[in-house]
Design a protein around this ligand. Structure first.
Ligand code: AMP
Length: 205
């Protein structure tokens, strides 16, 4: 079974993806993570993506599709979960031409909560563990590995506004796209991570 995790930035896709990967063995493909890896390594793709990511805009489809195709090649036929892709209609249509998707899970969170969630998000530079600043209790170290926790450049308030707008104008229409294909499952993302995962388990069986 191949799945897509839909949902606005801050809806908890990454958190749930980790649990789904552990429990269902689906290979996690996050286009945001792939772009961040490219930026850290300062590759050509990373340098091109950086200018868009810093502004909260979508990286052009041509570049994004290239990284997705190569990630799909690398799974070698194993089942996978896409997180952060597709993000517009063209990407969804292109994806239909290259892979078979069984279920799409839309994690729903009220828009007014998303800004606080995203701006308070801190990630470990080393192991990638992500949590909310309120959980760190003033410390700046990763509870898992002890390395430094930082804020993503695109998690600052001015960028978050444009990311949410991009979601509303370009990505939200995918809900209807997948509903028409009979693949859409909606999950309430307002609960604790455990509660949300319990809902997802009902969908995945
Ligand atoms: P994410 O970690 O999924 O929130 O992605 C971080 C940023 O990477 C986004 O705000 C976009 O700039 C870029 N990005 C990630 N996935 C895509 C995509 N499918 N299409 C275009 N840009 C993307």
């Amino acid at each position: 079974m191949n799945i897509i995790l839909l949902g606005a930035p801050g809806a908890g896709k990454g958190t749930q993806a980790t649990r789904i990967e552990e429990n269902y063995g689906l290979t996690h493909i996050s286009t945001g993570d792939i772009f961040r890896r490219h930026m850290r390594r300062q590759t050509e793709i990373g340098e091109e993506a950086r200018s868009y990511i810093k502004k909260g805009l979508l990286v052009p489809d041509e570049v994004t599709l290239k990284i997705v195709k190569s990630a799909l090649d690398e799974v070698h036929g194993k089942n996978f979960m896409l997180d952060g892709f597709p993000r517009n209609l063209n990407q969804a249509q292109q994806l239909d031409g290259i892979a078979k998707i069984d279920k799409v899970i839309d994690i729903r969170v009220d828009f007014d909560i998303l800004t606080d969630r995203i701006c308070g998000r801190r990630s470990c530079l080393d192991c990638g563990y992500t949590t909310h600043i309120s959980v760190l209790g003033g410390a700046n170290t990763c509870p898992k590995c002890g390395c430094e926790m930082t804020q993503r450049v695109d998690d600052r308030e001015e960028t978050v506004r444009s990311r949410l707008q991009v979601y509303a104008t370009q990505t939200a229409s995918l809900v209807e796209y997948y509903e028409k294909q009979g693949k859409l499952f909606t999950v309430d993302g307002m609960g604790t991570p455990d509660e949300v995962f319990a809902e997802i388990k009902k969908v995945l069986g």
